[in-house]
Design a protein around this ligand. Structure first.
Ligand SMILES: [Zn+2]
Length: 234
């Protein structure tokens, strides 16, 4: 296995939608050569009124501190999309490069959905790496373009030495019950056809790669069964 490949995956719950006990989460990948790669940053420190159905827990900064890390230790932030529960603390990572799909970054500039959170994601362009479609970031760390929930949403595939391949669909598949070929749209996504296409793309990927663990984006029932930080998958 290559030196820069992922060695550990940490799962961190940083908040909650109390009404449905839905976890708000982000992830940390550590590589063999000591790089810290954060996947999403969770909720903002102060939750705006229009997002009052969210509640902060132990935020990403505290979670990282629990692992002996400060925001400056984060080399890369993989940004799956700019919703407030996924990109709420982006601005805290002043040393990191952000990685986002070009289509998503371009859409966000004029999409009112992402306006309130703009101070977090609208970072100097020289610190943002825009990618186009499926992209291998490192050996064992891949971005999978999964539009539908929003244009240019991305999911993440992590290959670990012992745990094997883990898929993080993020909001392409928030709940395990939706991970089927005949899933009917629940009306919550702006592009139902793209959502369906992305779900099938991920199902095909799971079959092809013999993926043993798919960690759904907001699935409380599953979350309770997973190892969370300071424990990790390796
Ligand atoms: Zn979400």
């Amino acid at each position: 296995m290559s030196q820069d490949a992922p060695q550990r995956l940490y799962l961190m719950q940083v908040g909650l939608m109390p009404e449905y006990q839905i976890p708000i989460v982000c992830y940390l990948v550590q590589t063999g050569d000591g790089k810290n790669i954060l996947i999403d940053t969770g909720l903002p420190e102060i939750i705006p009124e229009e997002a009052s159905d969210f509640e902060n827990g132990q935020d990403v900064i505290e979670q990282l501190a629990g692992l002996g890390l400060t925001p400056d230790d984060i080399d890369t932030v993989i940004s799956t999309h700019y919703d407030i529960d996924h990109a709420g603390r982006h601005a805290a990572f002043t040393k990191a490069q952000y990685i986002v799909q070009r289509v998503h970054h371009a859409d966000a500039a004029s999409n009112p959905r992402f306006a309130a959170n703009r101070p977090q994601w609208d970072q100097p362009i020289e610190r943002i790496r825009l990618v186009d479609g499926d992209t291998e970031l490192l050996p064992g760390l891949e971005l999978i373009e999964t539009s539908g929930h929003v244009p240019g949403h991305q999911s993440v595939l992590v290959r670990l030495p012992k745990a094997g391949t883990i898929l993080l669909p993020i909001d392409a598949v928030p709940f395990g019950e939706g991970f089927t070929r005949d899933q009917q749209d629940d009306g919550s996504n702006p592009d139902a056809e793209a959502t369906r296409t992305s779900t099938i793309k991920l199902l095909d990927l799971v079959e092809r790669e013999q993926i043993g663990l798919v960690i759904f984006g907001h699935d409380n029932e599953q979350w309770k069964t997973l190892k969370t930080a300071p424990e990790f998958y390796e």
